[in-house]
Design a protein around this ligand. Structure first.
Ligand code: PHE
Length: 446
């Protein structure tokens, strides 16, 4: 049963039956990698911030990770039955309190604190998910917003179009090809907010939003390209030199978020695949109304910092961000103070992988059909094996033809970033994982 009170980043909270946050996740809540000088996550934040004028965008970077369900969901218009609210997806402290799943949880309070004309807000965020080299229960996002105010900036008819277009004209060009096949909004699938926003205002804000974010993405990917070219120039083949020279391509696709309309995602062509880099849109007016600034309108975006940092530095295992190993940290020294010092990460030797399978019956041997959520299995394994588990795959599901009993088989890759694991150590970890699966999920090991 859960401890009655838990401490998270210096504050105490009472738990209830909703509590589902493991100790390793609670501990990560005070790490603040996005503020740790010379850490790749902090460097990535700085590179993104550098593309937004600091006079226009105030930085908000030290908000506590525990928020209410109102902040994380209700204030943003998430419906009561939204899957993001499920205990299988989100870390709860108690029924009304959770570890934020996105930085949008702070939009309402930041608009209320007078965000005008804009803000950039970076923070650690928490989600229950798979175990593999691109997922970690804690990662980082940056939220950004830019507002205009009808009371002070509108023309005689109360319209903001001319002001927004003037601000758009002040933004630089980037000269990179962008595909944007959709109209500025669609009354059916990606509507503007009627009656609050005039068509010309939405069109102007959409253009300002898209240009601002394209400029930021061009900055990030030019820095990634430069780092890659420097590395290739040092040791590379001719083929790699050509690949490093591939021109940047971006495209806009329509999206849906409960708190923006219209909404879009920006994708970048990266090593042959279209990669989603951010979500954005025109802020829903009820959020600004609730924040006490009904005369304002805004665009907002959210971007994940960890995935961007992984491709900027060519870091292929997300666990490395949490490492305190000097062989990792020393490679980024001095970059926070001079972003031009950015270089690709040079991986240190990979220790051997050790694959072990675990199969279990879901009914736990009592004949009562059971179910377990994939994320629960992932979390039990991560809480026992910590950062020595690299990857977990569901490899088989089986239903016994006679008894109808169901079983699952997972393959776990134990591989430390820091040392070779001995057989004795992995066997021990694996046997602890099995015991914990039985205790926590009530399954029966086959
Ligand atoms: N919060 C969204 C996410 O985590 C991203 C987003 C932020 C989208 C702001 C629109 C506006 O996916």
């Amino acid at each position: 049963s859960p401890p009655p009170v838990v401490e998270i980043d210096g504050r105490s909270y009472s738990t209830d039956t909703w509590f589902n946050t493991p100790t390793n996740v609670l501990a990560a809540a005070s790490r603040r990698l996005h503020l740790q000088e010379d850490h790749p996550i902090a460097i990535t934040r700085q590179i993104i911030e550098s593309r937004f004028p600091s006079a226009e965008f105030r930085s908000v970077n030290s908000l506590h990770p525990v928020v209410t369900t109102f902040q994380n969901f209700d204030s943003l218009g998430f419906p009561p039955d939204h899957p993001g609210r499920a205990r299988s997806d989100t870390y709860y402290v108690n029924k009304d309190t959770l570890l934020r799943t996105h930085t949008s949880a702070h939009e309402l309070e930041t608009f209320r604190a007078n965000a005008s004309p804009g803000f950039l807000l970076s923070a650690d965020v928490y989600r229950r998910d798979e175990v593999d080299r691109t997922h970690y229960p804690v990662f980082h996002q940056m939220e950004g917003a830019r507002v205009w105010d009808r009371r002070t900036q509108a023309d005689e008819k109360g319209d903001l179009t001319a002001t927004i277009l003037r601000d758009l004209a002040a933004l630089p060009e980037h000269g990179v090809a962008v595909e944007d096949p959709n109209p500025p909004f669609h009354d059916g699938t990606n509507p503007r907010q009627v009656p609050q926003h005039a068509a010309s205002e939405v069109e102007a804000m959409g253009r300002h939003l898209k240009r601002s974010l394209e400029l930021m993405v061009v900055e990030v990917f030019s820095r990634a390209k430069k780092a890659k070219q420097l590395a290739v120039a040092a040791v590379g083949t001719e083929a790699e030199t050509v690949a490093a020279d591939e021109p940047l391509r971006m495209r806009w696709v329509e999206a849906f978020f409960p708190f923006t309309s219209p909404s879009w995602e920006l994708e970048v062509l990266y090593e042959g695949d279209w990669l989603e880099v951010l979500g954005c849109g025109i802020t829903k007016q009820p959020i600004l109304d609730a924040a006490g600034v009904p005369s304002q309108m805004a665009w907002a975006f959210g971007i994940g910092l960890d995935r961007i940092a992984m491709l900027l530095f060519k870091i292929t295992d997300i666990r490395l961000f949490w490492s305190t190993d000097e062989r990792f940290l020393s490679q980024f020294r001095g970059v926070s103070a001079d972003l031009d010092k950015l270089r690709l990460f040079v991986p240190f030797s990979k220790y051997p992988a050790c694959y072990k399978d675990v199969s279990f019956w879901l009914d736990g041997g009592d004949g009562v059909a059971g179910t377990v959520h994939n994320n629960d299995v992932m979390e039990v394994i991560r809480s026992v094996a910590g950062d020595t588990v690299e990857d977990v795959q569901l490899t088989d599901t089986f239903t016994h033809p006679k008894t109808g009993r169901q079983s699952l088989c997972y393959r776990i890759n134990y591989r430390s970033l820091e040392k070779t694991l001995t057989n004795a150590v992995t066997n021990r970890l694996h046997s602890d994982v099995k015991d914990m699966l039985v205790r926590r999920l009530g399954v029966e090991i086959r």
